[in-house]
Design a protein around this ligand. Structure first.
Ligand SMILES: NC(=O)c1ccc[n+]([C@@H]2O[C@H](COP(=O)([O-])OP(=O)(O)OC[C@H]3O[C@@H](n4cnc5c(N)ncnc54)[C@H](O)[C@@H]3O)[C@@H](O)[C@H]2O)c1
Ligand SMILES: N[C@@H](CCC(=O)N[C@@H](CSCO)C(=O)NCC(=O)O)C(=O)O
Ligand SMILES: [Zn+2]
Ligand SMILES: [Zn+2]
Length: 379
């Protein structure tokens, strides 16, 4: 391979400072070291977590950095000792690693992996605690161990899922974050049973994937809650059966929902990142067994609260990261499900742009009509 072992200079969107428009410029990407993989990223979608970190509200946000974590590409080269993938493999970089060997991976109780998290949380690679990205010699931090708003990125081998080479990369890039998160919140974290009544707060990509997962699980009612009434029409296609706009009610939304459901729902999901809504989502659950799952990411300094009595009386509060899916083992399975038309992916893509238009893509993310905007990295 002509580029193997060499620095690659390519285009990437650099976030120099919080909230300052991203700058698409030439970035040097160093070759992968031992245990690392350099990937040619072909497509990357934007997730609200990218916008959250860019906003400066993420306590783990470091600048300058290269954001992006919902992508697909092809392995360009691998570092010493890497056997799980080879150049030419089609892959999805996974912000949640899976080493199979750490205390977390071996526990059988969680999809969180501890192998590289101490490095990915501070924007560097594990082996030498340095970045592989630089601009004119100045290091640029990695983000979430993925940094996919770059034509080439370097990730840890434990963060790379090898997928079916026939899968369209401009679609399955979404399986790097939002869609699996919603599906898995239902299937893995809550384990919703057939006949359950479900409430979904926030009908963006994550909330719609929750609805899709709940429908597949056989939920009898799926109540969508959003302050944007326009969200309902589209949400019906994902399984939402009823819609509530909190702005149209005087009573607290948890009371409105309890009244509509003979005391509360079996499962609720907060897919917004708003701590007041997280409280409402817990409190709209049925006494004795209702379970609420926090999916949304709330800003630095925000805290959740409720009366302990809510838990004493049997409600359960949970959270989920990447929907509880084990990334390297289960992302290929999700890709196969998509190829068999068992899960939706295309339906979440509302916009397609290229890397040079990334700031426009971030603007779109804040507009009601946009679910996922997929960027083509090499046009
Ligand atoms: N836990 C994880 O692993 C994980 C993974 C991906 C995304 N996330 C987080 O999930 C959240 C949702 O992501 P998304 O991409 O679907 O976002 P989104 O912005 O597309 O969707 C949020 C929806 O919530 C609605 N909303 C906003 N305020 C509301 C309120 N007070 N009451 C009711 N509805 C309200 C908006 O109208 C919008 O439809 C974000 O916080 C994101 O960071 C978490
Ligand atoms: N850095 C933030 C937390 C961000 C967060 O919660 N990330 C989610 C994924 S969001 C994907 O769009 C997650 O999976 N977290 C688990 C992990 O990062 O290991 C903060 O500090 O507030
Ligand atoms: Zn995400
Ligand atoms: Zn591990």
């Amino acid at each position: 391979m002509a580029t193997q072992g060499k620095v690659i200079t390519c285009k990437a969107a650099v976030a120099w400072e919080p909230n300052k428009p991203l700058s698409v410029e030439d970035v040097d990407v160093a070759p992968p070291q031992a245990g690392e993989v350099r990937i040619k990223i072909l497509y990357s979608a934007l997730c609200h977590t990218d916008a959250y970190t860019w906003s400066g509200k993420d306590p783990e946000g470091l600048f300058p950095c290269i954001l992006g974590h919902e992508a697909a590409g092809i392995v360009e080269s691998v570092g010493e000792g890497v056997t799980s993938v080879q150049p030419g493999d089609h892959v999805i970089p996974c912000y949640q690693a899976e080493c199979g060997d750490c205390k977390f991976c071996k526990s059988g109780k969680t999809n969180l992996c501890g192998k590289v998290r101490s490095a990915t949380g501070v924007g560097v690679m594990l082996s030498d605690r340095k970045s592989r990205f630089s601009v004119n010699g100045k290091p640029i931090y990695h983000f979430m161990g993925t940094s996919t708003f770059s034509q080439y990125t370097v990730v840890h081998d434990v963060s790379v899922a090898k997928i079916d080479p026939n899968a369209p990369l401009d679609k399955v890039c979404l399986l790097g974050c939002g869609v699996p998160t919603g599906l898995g919140a239902v299937w893995n974290t809550a384990k919703v049973e057939a006949g359950s009544i479900v409430a979904v707060f926030g009908l963006g990509t994550v909330g719609l994937a929750v609805a899709e997962g709940a429908k597949a699980a056989g939920a009898s009612r799926i109540i969508g809650i959003d302050i944007d009434r326009n969200k309902f029409e589209r949400a019906k296609n994902f399984g939402v059966t009823e819609f509530i706009n909190p702005k149209e009610h005087e009573k607290p939304i948890q009371q409105v929902i309890a009244d509509l459901t003979d005391g509360g729902v079996d499962y609720s999901f907060e897919c917004i990142g708003n701590v007041s809504v997280m409280r409402a989502a817990l409190e709209c659950c049925h006494k004795g067994w209702g379970t609420s799952v926090i999916v949304g990411v709330a800003a630095s300094g925000q805290e959740i609260s409720t009366r302990p009595f809510q838990l004493v009386t049997g409600r359960v509060w949970k959270g989920t990261a990447f929907g509880g899916f084990k990334s390297r083992s289960q992302v290929p399975w999700l890709v196969d499900k998509y190829m068999k038309k068992e899960i939706k992916v295309d339906e979440y893509i509302t916009h397609s742009l290229n890397l040079a238009e990334i700031n426009k893509a971030f603007d779109l993310l804040h507009e009601g009509g946009c679910l996922r905007c997929v960027l083509a990295l090499h046009v």
